[in-house]
Write a protein that binds this ligand. Sequence first.
Ligand SMILES: Cc1cc2nc3c(=O)[nH]c(=O)nc-3n(C[C@H](O)[C@H](O)[C@H](O)COP(=O)(O)OP(=O)(O)OC[C@H]3O[C@@H](n4cnc5c(N)ncnc54)[C@H](O)[C@@H]3O)c2cc1C
Length: 216
Amino acid sequence: MNQLPRTTRTTLKRLPKRGSHERETINQILDEGFICHVGFVIEGQPFVIPTGYARVGDRLIIHGSQASRMLRALKTGIDACVTVTLIDALVLARSAFHHSMNYRSVVILGRATLIDEREEKLAALFALSEHMIPGRWQEVRQPSEAELQQTTVLSMPIEEASAKIRTGPPLDDEDDYAMDVWAGVLPMRMIAENRLPDPRLQSGIEIPKYVIEYKG
Ligand SMILES: Cc1cc2nc3c(=O)[nH]c(=O)nc-3n(C[C@H](O)[C@H](O)[C@H](O)COP(=O)(O)OP(=O)(O)OC[C@H]3O[C@@H](n4cnc5c(N)ncnc54)[C@H](O)[C@@H]3O)c2cc1C
């Protein structure tokens, strides 16, 4: 297994057995996630901003308006922290104290760089689109030069990163297992609901297969 270096900043101190620095584990979580939260500091003020992302190899891609304060700040190379969280279940214990969640999460530390070269930028935007909804990109109008200009795309190395994963049933105090209280796991996941056509959709346009079959 390809292990990322365990730095002082990415060594898990609380419940380290739930941690992992395996690239494959980290990649799987990133590929399943939908949004990340980007943490950064401007003039001493921390911000944590939610945004879309995609993984391309060993790099994380984010994008947005050229006017975005977050992207303008990040492209100067300031320190950033990106987290991705997947919730798999609520874990219902016999005591209030031992309630938990089953989750998979990743924390990445690093600095972003600007993707400016046209083809590389288009490839990154394609990756973002494919990450959200595979098959969409080739059907829609491609970005114009003006739209490309208005879009900032940044890339952050996935080099200093860790994963943390909780699975399984509640872990109660031994005495509490005799209690007359239901305990167990309530699995949950994000699902696609019924498709709602745009009110301005031209008549006769079928819902694409990749939308019908979308699993989320
Ligand atoms: C699910 C999701 C996906 C998104 N995907 C993208 C994306 O791919 N690209 C992109 O550019 N943006 C995305 N956004 C929007 C993003 O969160 C920011 O609002 C946007 O990037 C502007 O950032 P900024 O630093 O310029 O915001 P500014 O407007 O400069 O932020 C000023 C203040 O506004 C408030 N603020 C800003 N954003 C939010 C927010 N999302 N929620 C609550 N308060 C906020 C905060 O108090 C912040 O300090 C997404 C948001 C969500 C929730």
